[in-house]
Every structure is written in C-alpha cells, then in structure tokens.
Design a protein around this ligand. Structure first.
Ligand code: HEM
Length: 154
C-alpha cells in the first residue's frame, strides 16, 4: 500500500469514527461539558478531591484542557493528546486501586446526569473502565500476589 493511500484511508476511518460518535451525541461540546462537570465533582468528593488537588493545585485549568484533548483523541481520534497517562499517575500520592473504583462510580453518576444518550453513556463507561483497568495493572500489579502457588487449597 502506497503511503498516501494509507493516509487517505486513515482520514476516512477517522471521519467514520467521528460521524458514529456524533450520531450518539459525542462531540467536542459534550466532551468539554463532561470534563468540566466531572472534575468539578471530583474536587468536591471527600476522598478523590484531596488526592487530585494535592497534585493539581494551581494547575487545574491545564489539567482540564489536557483531559478534554485526551477524550477527544480517544473518542473522535482527533490526535489532540500526546501524553503518557501511566507516567502521569506514578507520582500521585495516596493513589490506591480502591480510589479507581470510586473514580468510576463518580464518572458513572455524572454520565447518568448529563450523557446525551444511553449509547454515549455506555461508550464512556466501557472505555473508562478499560483504561482504569490498564492503569491499575501498570501501577499496582504485583506478580508476587498473583502466584498460583500461593493459592491455598482446601
Ligand atoms: C482515582 C483515580 C485517579 C486519580 C486520583 C487520578 C489523578 C490524576 C492526576 C493528579 C493527574 C495529573 C498529573 C499531573 O499533571 O501532575 C492525572 C492526569 C491524567 N489522568 Fe488521572 N487519575 C485517576 C484516574 C484516571 C482515569 C480512570 C483516567 C482515564 C480514563 C485518567 C486519565 C488521566 C489522563 C489522560 C491524565 C493526563 C496525563 C498527562 O499528563 O498527559 N485518570 N490523573
């Protein structure tokens, strides 16, 4: 395949993704609203708020811009985000696997309130759950706790 054929193919695939997402109400406007609403609730959350704010105090506007470009890259293939999510979370103090469950709960509650459609809600939840799973494995996975030899048999 010629390189220019490939880039034409990529542009067409991206347009198809964007059209499919737009059809269920996912576009830049909704992503902006979702990020602003969700992180507003994160900041007000008794456990999530302090963990985020300890790291992001004074840098919230940048974080929100980054999260909007992140979701627009994932949902619309906009290519706007080029960061490294695992690295970004390695130094976050008091981050635990349990906190990820609370993050997902709050994300679900936010989508229940503002998602433009059930399909949009389901897409965001499935995607966030997959990313949360991948982040928690990268951050916390300990093979020593996952050794079949350690399973106690009765
Ligand atoms: C309890 C769970 C989580 C906590 C406490 C947390 C906290 C944070 C904090 C403090 C930052 C800013 C890092 C910095 O700029 O210094 C950050 C960045 C980020 N987070 Fe999370 N996060 C959580 C879960 C998630 C999940 C589930 C996702 C994806 C669905 C996610 C995606 C991102 C992305 C894309 C960035 C930007 C990374 C970059 O700098 O490029 N986070 N997170």
């Amino acid at each position: 395949m010629h390189n220019s054929d490939r880039s034409i193919h990529m542009a067409a695939a991206r347009q198809r993704v964007e059209a499919d997402m737009n059809a269920i109400g996912i576009n830049e406007t909704f992503i902006g609203e979702l990020v602003d609403t969700f992180y507003g609730r994160v900041l007000a959350h008794p456990e999530l708020g302090p963990v985020f704010d300890a790291r992001l105090s004074g840098r919230w506007p940048d974080h929100l811009v980054k999260m909007k470009s992140f979701w627009s890259s994932v949902a619309l293939r906009s290519g706007a985000y080029g960061g490294k999510p695992v690295q970004a979370h390695t130094g976050v103090a008091n981050l635990t696997p349990e906190l990820f469950a609370k993050w997902l709960e709050l994300f679900a509650a936010t989508l229940d309130d503002i998602a433009p459609s059930k399909a949009a809600r389901d897409w965001f939840m499935a995607t966030a759950a997959r990313i949360a799973q991948s982040l928690t494995l990268s951050l916390f996975y300990n093979p020593a706790l996952d050794d079949p030899a350690l399973i106690v048999r009765k």
